[in-house]
Design a binder for this molecule. Structure first.
Ligand SMILES: Cc1ncc(COP(=O)(O)O)c(C=O)c1O
Length: 430
């Protein structure tokens, strides 16, 4: 029995039973009984979005998130904020699991989760059988790096702007197997996307087997021309591995269109998923080349399981998967493009504000091809202790030091951005 069957349970319950369960889930999550019973996401009217967008987004923050009024959260790029509907879904799953009302076991780690993978695959623009769920992006990258047969002397190219979660796996392989990992320097503020492609592709040498790079960099939120790079790599017979931790949920994504060979994602950053969710994609004809690194029954069943081979990892918490799928549902309810546009609008507001401050150097290029919802700045002074204290006092969450990363999502208020810069002005004398 697959536990996908378990998901059908609510439809088999009496309405009264279902209401009791949802109400319990809601109260456990600190959500009103009515909201819990409503289950699905009920959003302010679209007319409001057209007539008064700020009012619309303000209602989204207060009605759909648990962020307190006092918190100024400018760092969803590290770990996103789950909407109430995601939390409700997780509590409902945990509740059903605790009740043991189902005949099957409510978990993941032995299940194919075909329905959930199909839903996510449609969102990501790939096939269900090319997609596996993992615990995070680091794990997905590790499955790719450990899973590929590479020998001593084979070369993997990475950029100088990678996150450790996308490079540790290659460095480990270098230490253990003797592959070479070569870092290619790419500009932080390029003028044309081709600059990035040329740097990476011209670095390919006779022993290069893999090009592994972030689609959007962690340090500064720079968007790379992934499609161009992957196509050029393939023309040279080199595998492309995209660390997409910042892609799913921040930018529109079609993995087939991107044309990468392997992809790793972090839906707990931008896609409203709870912490502990990752995505692993392998192109149809290249998936079988990967060896799993955690194995249970089915690890070698390429014919039936395809990418689900990589999910045979032993017992795991099913509520994270259900929460992740609810997160996709939340994004779709708002409208994907509406969300991307809003995030980019906020990032542009912040970029313009930063540009007008003489004590700040803006790292993000003023070109929408290169950024979406992340802004990178550098303070010209190194004396920043008073600034950190003032930001802490105002409960402002940001990431970085002298070089700072601000990230924005639908729950970001324009006043959050204003307050951040007011504090900077006050302390740094803007
Ligand atoms: C580019 C990049 N890759 C990988 C990771 C690691 O992601 P996770 O924590 O989901 O493993 C991060 C996290 O910030 C990242 O920014």
């Amino acid at each position: 029995m697959t536990s996908t069957e378990g998901r059908d349970l609510p439809s088999r319950l009496s309405r009264r039973g279902l209401i009791q369960r949802l109400a319990l889930a809601g109260s456990l999550a600190g959500i009103s009984r009515d909201a819990a019973i409503a289950g699905s996401v009920s959003l302010p009217d679209n007319d409001l979005l057209r007539a008064n967008p700020e009012r619309f987004w303000s209602r989204i923050r207060t009605e759909h998130f648990l962020l307190p009024e006092w918190r100024i959260f400018l760092n969803p790029g590290s770990l996103g904020v789950v909407p109430k509907s995601v939390l409700q879904t997780m509590v409902a799953t945990l509740t059903r699991g605790a009740e043991y009302a189902t005949d099957d076991v409510l978990r993941w780690g032995y299940e194919r989760l075909d329905g959930e993978r199909l839903e996510m695959a449609e969102f990501l623009g790939c096939k269900r059988d090319e997609l596996a769920f993992t615990h995070n992006c680091t794990e997905a990258m590790s499955i790719i790096a450990n899973g590929l047969d590479l020998s001593a002397g084979d070369e993997v190219l990475i950029t100088n702007q990678e996150h450790g979660g996308g490079t540790g796996c290659w460095r480990l392989k270098a230490a253990r197997v003797g592959i070479t990992v070569r870092e290619v320097e790419i500009p932080v503020s390029p003028r044309q996307p081709e600059e990035l492609t040329d740097r990476l592709i011209s670095a390919i040498g006779p022993r290069t087997r893999v090009l592994s790079f972030s689609g959007i960099t962690s340090l500064t939120g720079l968007i790379l021309p992934v499609q161009q790079i992957c196509r050029a790599a393939r023309d040279k017979g080199v595998l492309s591995v995209v660390d997409g931790a910042h892609m799913d949920g921040q930018v529109p994504l079609s993995l087939h269109q991107l044309g990468c060979d392997y992809f790793a994602g972090s839906p707990h950053k931008w896609l409203f998923a709870p912490a502990g969710c990752g995505l692993l994609y392998g192109r149809d004809d290249l998936l079988d080349r990967l060896w799993p690194c955690v194995a249970s029954s089915g690890w070698d069943n390429k014919t039936d399981l395809h990418a689900a081979r990589f999910m045979m990892v032993g017992t795991n918490n099913r509520s994270t998967i259900d929460g992740m799928i609810a997160g996709v549902g939340f994004l779709k309810s708002l409208g994907e493009q509406v969300v991307y546009d809003r995030m980019h609008h906020l990032a542009r507001v912040a970029l313009k504000t930063a540009q007008s401050r003489s004590y700040i150097e803006v790292i993000t290029p003023d070109d929408s091809r290169f950024f979406q919802a992340i802004l990178a700045i550098r303070f010209k002074t190194e004396k920043l202790d008073a600034l950190w204290a003032a930001l802490k006092e105002k409960k402002i969450s940001v990431l970085g030091g002298q070089r700072l990363r601000l990230s924005f999502h639908v729950h970001t208020r324009p006043s959050d951005i204003e307050t951040f810069f007011q504090v900077c002005d006050r302390v740094l004398g803007g």
